[in-house]
Design a protein around this ligand. Structure first.
Ligand code: FAD
Length: 341
């Protein structure tokens, strides 16, 4: 089943016959052990699929592949984007649980599958081979036939004092994840002038005490300002200086003219970037939104490379990440079946 990977053997190769002749066979037991070890390490580090990123998308892909009797390795640095939040919501059977505890349960479930291996290592480099790919971490090289990126996105917070401390607690990104818990609260929207109209409409479903401030300082359309006035939304044309808070609990947004607006919640729409540079380095094309370009099953623009989770989707939830991970896992298994059957 495994394809020959002689070209990509990771341990320096010695010509066994020459070595035996030169040593007169005296070192035979040692040589046997050396070669056995080389073979073992090479075999051990060979996988049907490697998944880079072991959070919700990556672990869903791992379970699908592991259950398909595929030898799978997950490499993960354990830095999911939602690690700043205390409670995850809108996650069936886990509503209100901490993201870390949900992940812990998934990891426990995966222990049931001897086919799945998880290592806390950073994938640093990917190179293509005839048989698939080699993934390098700081201390090891791993070979695989198919590769899945489930590396997520990194949120780029604005350079506003207090933003980092409040992120995921009272500075939120998604009302579907946290809106119900802060419904009816005085809420500020921080986004570019282009994004504010859509966010005002969306968030007015959860609260009528809405304020908005354009982070790029651009002016909003006059007709939209008129609509805001009618709906009771206050648009503040000032520059945000800092967010006043206690242990991440927002109390006010403070402006550069010394005034402030008291709120207990802020929604921000900030830029994002790929968490890992590896997908691009191996040739994956990104969309205009900076997401990895994939087809319906997660196939990227590079043959044999799939992607799942936030790194391919603007709709960031645990469910959608898991769903796309499951699909990418199934697609990889199907591709391997097509090669083998
Ligand atoms: C603040 C916040 C709160 C949220 N709250 C909710 C919520 O309440 N409910 C909900 O449904 N959704 C919520 N989300 C969205 C949800 O967390 C994401 O959709 C989900 O985590 C995406 O899963 P993922 O596996 O695609 O990526 P991530 O969870 O971001 O995981 C990516 C993983 O890849 C690893 N990684 C990256 N590069 C490498 C590398 N080179 N080598 C090895 N490992 C690597 C990272 O360390 C990380 O573990 C929230 C998001 C944020 C930002």
């Amino acid at each position: 089943m495994q394809q020959s990977c002689d070209k990509v053997v990771l341990i320096p190769k010695i010509n066994r016959r020459i070595f035996l002749i030169m040593s007169g066979g005296l070192l035979l037991p040692t040589v046997h052990r050396v070669f056995a070890k080389q073979k073992n390490e090479t075999m051990n580090n060979r996988y049907d699929a490697i998944i880079v990123g072991g959070s919700f998308a990556g672990l869903a892909a791992a379970m699908t592949l592991g259950r398909s009797l595929r030898k799978v390795l997950v490499l993960d640095t354990d830095k999911p984007c939602n690690r700043f939040t205390i409670h995850a919501h809108n996650v069936l059977t886990h509503d209100g649980e901490s993201p870390a505890s949900i992940k812990e349960k998934v990891l426990k479930e995966l222990l049931n599958y001897s086919t799945v291996e998880i290592r806390k290592q950073e994938a640093l480099h990917v190179s293509k081979t005839d048989a698939g790919f080699i993934i390098a971490t700081a201390n090891e090289n791993y070979e695989c036939r198919k590769l899945i990126f489930a590396t997520g996105m990194r949120d780029i917070l604005p350079d506003i004092d207090g933003a980092a401390a409040c992120w995921g607690k009272t500075l939120l990104h998604c009302p579907y994840c946290h809106g119900y818990e802060v419904r009816g609260e005085p809420t500020m929207i921080l986004a570019t002038a282009k994004d504010i109209p859509e966010m005002v409409k969306l968030l007015s479903q959860w609260t009528k005490q809405l304020y908005a401030c354009a982070t790029d300082g651009k002016l909003l359309d006059a007709s939209f300002l008129q609509l805001c006035e009618e709906k009771g939304v206050l648009v503040i044309g000032k520059h945000v200086q800092r967010i006043a808070h206690t242990n991440g609990r927002v109390s006010a947004v403070c402006f550069n003219d010394g005034t402030q607006q008291q709120v207990s919640v802020i929604y921000g729409r900030f830029p994002m970037e790929q968490h890992a540079v590896l997908p691009v380095s191996v040739g994956c094309v990104l969309t205009d939104m900076g997401l990895i370009k994939v087809d319906m099953m997660g196939q990227t623009t590079v043959s044999g490379v799939y992607a799942a989770g936030d790194c391919i989707s603007p709709f960031r939830t645990i469910h959608t990440a898991m769903a796309s991970g499951t699909m990418a896992g199934a697609a990889v298994n199907k591709e391997l079946i097509e090669l083998e059957f």
